[in-house]
Design a binder for this molecule. Structure first.
Ligand SMILES: CC(C)=CCNc1ncnc2c1ncn2[C@@H]1O[C@H](COP(=O)(O)O)[C@@H](O)[C@H]1O
Length: 271
């Protein structure tokens, strides 16, 4: 079980206790910095530390197989029906052979990790150093705690093939819109983004259609970049289907490529 309590702070691999706990977090020190930017020149080690976070993350995750990232509120309590739904989705994803990756915190993250671990699946937590005490939840088989949000976000995108977004607040919205932007701009081509909870997300979806679309700030196809469901089985079905479609497209693209190569070779042989 992970250590916890208000008297401890973990910062990446470092642990601070009692009076040694710094007043600010590493992300705050980077993002809140005002005044001269001389640290850029005097603290080049900070760049190395960022690099080392990538190395740690790649090291932990590179051998993970098919995976799905599950996002959602850190504040949801176990007696909330959303928590149970998160647990069920974690379990069904694991049963379908997907590793479940979450932000490693409490609430909906814990629910998905718990569900996955409960059926013998692989449960991963990518934690983040926060100003208040924070430790990975108890249902994680493998975890890493990041100092920098942006490094951590890269890991979610690089090592999962679908995003499931359960009800949540600003952090969840940030993750949702980052993933949608990556899909919209073609930076990632391989994964579906699935919102779970039509009562919770319905208003957002309507606003996207009624305001964003009618104002012309998104394309007509963009609202369809997100799926919306209340059903755990449907979540798994959408992901499976998307991956089958993708595999088919990749296979067809390879066939076209091979055919083109054969034609070129035949033309060369004919002189
Ligand atoms: C008790 C409490 C608030 C702890 C916060 N502890 C957290 N631990 C790990 N990831 C987090 C945490 N808070 C926010 N996140 C990230 O932001 C999302 C949740 O933010 P929110 O609660 O919806 O806005 C999660 O998917 C997660 O990736």
């Amino acid at each position: 079980m992970m250590e916890s309590g208000s008297n401890i702070r973990r910062a990446g691999p470092l642990t601070y206790r009692g009076r040694a706990i710094p007043e600010t977090t590493t992300d705050q020190r980077l993002l809140d910095r005002r005044g001269p930017a001389d640290w850029v020149h005097t603290d080049p080690w900070r760049v190395l530390r960022i690099q080392s976070e990538f190395v740690e993350g790649f090291g932990l995750l590179s051998e993970v197989g098919r995976a799905v990232s599950v996002f959602g509120s850190a504040r949801t309590k176990p007696d909330n029906p959303h928590y149970k739904l998160g647990e069920t989705i974690g379990a069904k994803l694991a049963e379908a052979g997907y590793t479940v990756i979450t932000g490693g915190g409490p609430g909906m993250m814990e629910a998905a990790n718990k569900g996955a671990q409960g059926v013998g699946g692989t449960s991963i937590g990518l934690g983040i150093e926060l100003p208040f005490e924070q430790s990975l939840n108890d249902y994680i088989d493998m975890g890493v705690t990041f100092r920098y949000f942006f490094v951590r976000k890269t890991m979610f995108v690089k090592y999962s093939q679908a995003f499931v977004v359960l009800p949540g607040g600003f952090g969840t919205l940030d993750e949702l819109f980052e993933s949608i932007t990556l899909v919209q701009t073609g930076k990632v081509t391989r994964f579906p983004v699935i919102l779970v909870g039509s009562r919770f997300w319905g208003g957002l979806r309507d606003w996207i259609r009624q305001t964003l679309l009618s104002e012309g700030v998104i394309s007509p196809d963009d609202p369809d970049l997100m799926y919306l469901t209340d059903d755990a089985d449907e979540v798994v079905d959408i992901i499976r289907k998307a991956h089958v479609d993708l595999a088919r497209r990749e296979f067809e693209a390879e066939q076209v490529h091979e055919t083109a190569q054969d034609v070129e070779a035949a033309e060369r042989a004919e002189g």
